[in-house]
Design a protein around this ligand. Structure first.
Ligand code: PEP
Length: 249
């Protein structure tokens, strides 16, 4: 929608090397990116600093996950450290992390903690193929949203919160949701937010779609009224990402 700034995130997942990272930053720095689209790239944490220091200033950098604080959490990266390093965003609740055992509750605690530390959050939700086939799509995404709502204590916290609706069956599978399928869920989510948080938050909340988005599928998805951006995995590692950033015509 025109009232909400379009946002496109690139989730590089556990991919890249010094050389590939430089190549991707070089492509983005040399490309013309729509100025009315917010662009956020999410390299693996080990490359966050070098990407942040070499990427153009109008592209923000995001972690792929965060932990809720410093301490005895071997192997984790806290939101405090991300903030300290100048990282502006974090993804939480990605399905690849939920599949390793992260609960709605943990994802929501991470989101709330990251926001309390001054980070912005792309909070992922989405149903599995089995859940969709059982007619449980809205039940699942509403349950995941309700957990975020429970932990984000104030409407103000939602200023730093973006939802990424990523049907699990569409992530990394090449099976992109149709614009109508995605729009239906996005609209249902916005209605739920209006009824359970506030109409003001609902009107402002950006809901990104993620799941096998390509340069070919992006324009028709972007034209849906409740699709406010994309979270892109595989295609964010290719020059094609620039076309997705510029897909909102
Ligand atoms: C993702 O990792 O968030 C994602 C949507 O991946 P892909 O675009 O590869 O499906």
């Amino acid at each position: 929608s025109t009232a909400r700034k379009f946002i496109v995130g690139g989730n590089w997942k556990c991919n890249g090397s010094i050389a590939q990272t430089k190549e991707l930053v070089g492509i983005l720095n040399a490309s013309s990116l729509a100025s009315d689209t917010e662009v956020v790239i999410s390299p693996p944490s080990l490359y966050l600093q070098s990407v942040a220091s070499s990427i153009r200033p109008d592209v923000a950098v995001s972690s792929q996950d965060c932990w809720t604080g410093n301490g005895a959490h071997t192997g984790e990266t806290s939101a405090d450290m991300l903030k300290d390093m100048g990282v502006q965003w974090t993804i939480v609740g990605h399905s690849e992390r939920r599949q390793k055992g992260e609960t709605d509750e943990l994802c929501a605690k991470k989101a709330a903690y990251a926001i309390s530390k001054g980070l912005k959050v792309m909070a992922c939700i989405g149903e599995t193929r089995e859940e969709r086939e059982a007619g449980k799509t809205m039940e699942v995404v509403v349950r995941q949203m309700a957990a975020y709502k429970k932990h984000l204590d104030s409407s103000k916290a939602f200023d730093a919160f973006v939802v990424a609706y990523e049907p699990v069956w569409a992530i990394g599978t090449g099976l992109v949701a149709t614009p109508e399928e995605a729009q239906q869920v996005h609209k249902g989510l916005r209605d739920w937010v209006a009824n359970n948080i506030s109409s003001d938050v609902a009107a402002k909340l950006r809901i990104m779609y993620g799941g096998s988005v390509t340069a070919a599928s992006a324009p028709s998805l972007a034209s849906q009224p409740d699709i406010d951006g994309f979270l892109v995995g595989g295609a964010s590692l290719k020059p094609e990402f620039v076309s997705i950033v510029n897909a909102q015509g």
